[in-house]
Ligand binder design. Sequence first.
Ligand SMILES: [Zn+2]
Ligand SMILES: [Zn+2]
Length: 331
Amino acid sequence: MHLTALDPAGGDLWAEAGRAQVRYRLCINAVVHGVCNGLVPADESGQLCRACEFTQQIPSLSTVDHLEYWRRLERAKRRLLFTLAALHLPLEPRARVGNTGLGFAFGADVSPAHRFLTAHCDGLISINISEADDVERERIRTAMGEPYRTLLGHFRHESGHHYLERFAEDPARLTLIRATFGEVRNGYEEALSSYYANGPLPHWQESHISAYATAHPQEDWAETWAHYLLIVDTLESAHEAGVVLGSGSFELSFGSAGATYDPASFDLALARWLPLAEFANELARSLGTADAYPFVLTDAVTRKMRVIDRLVAGLSQDPLKSSHEKTLSPL
Ligand SMILES: [Zn+2]
Ligand SMILES: [Zn+2]
């Protein structure tokens, strides 16, 4: 959760700049492959940093370009993990705690008949590394008529499926989710087939954040969740950079453990988000690039995000505690 410059501290050790007594080793994925910038405390025996512990499968590196694609995947993954940790969501490597944890598998299609699907299953998020290929991702984005398709967006979306399963373990939370998004547990296969055969609902922009969100309530949840994380992450970046627009800066307090949920915190986030998003688009236009934020937030969509905010606040807890010590506070 901390970005720092390093000073050499002898051998393979490094120290935080200006704090010679705090020593680390570079993550083995930084040393061997150059795909990580994480550190391992010098007194720990493991070779992988906290973020790399979440990666369970990497693509074959014998193919040209795969190393660079893997690097891009890890970069997006670290950004997702940072936001999940900042929200104090339960966050433990699946390899250590099983299906309640989170893991990542990165792979490539073997052949047209043996595809590597971007998906989520039991805490394992699989991402096809072709999504890290700008040409291929842009080709799919154009073919699907999507205004926005990013590697980070895939990570956020798939993490939504994982946390939906976690929230849905609790009957009260599942009731709230069903009342807001619809029946998230049934009819998935048929709904997806129908979506790909018939396209999105007409006028979907009034009720959903994206066309794909209309495919099934689970996908509506995952798309809205991804959007919630996008807003949280970007507000955090603006605050960290000291951005001040109009009347205020962007400091927000998210998911403070044990605190009573305050719905006004979401209203405040939204009030700060809209001018920032507009500003990002103006910057993009000046730079001659596509709009940074090609979305319109309707009341129906912000109502759904408000429910996610409430659930996140309820599930947030000290991420340093192990899972069996955690208790979920009631809604
Ligand atoms: Zn690492
Ligand atoms: Zn999905």
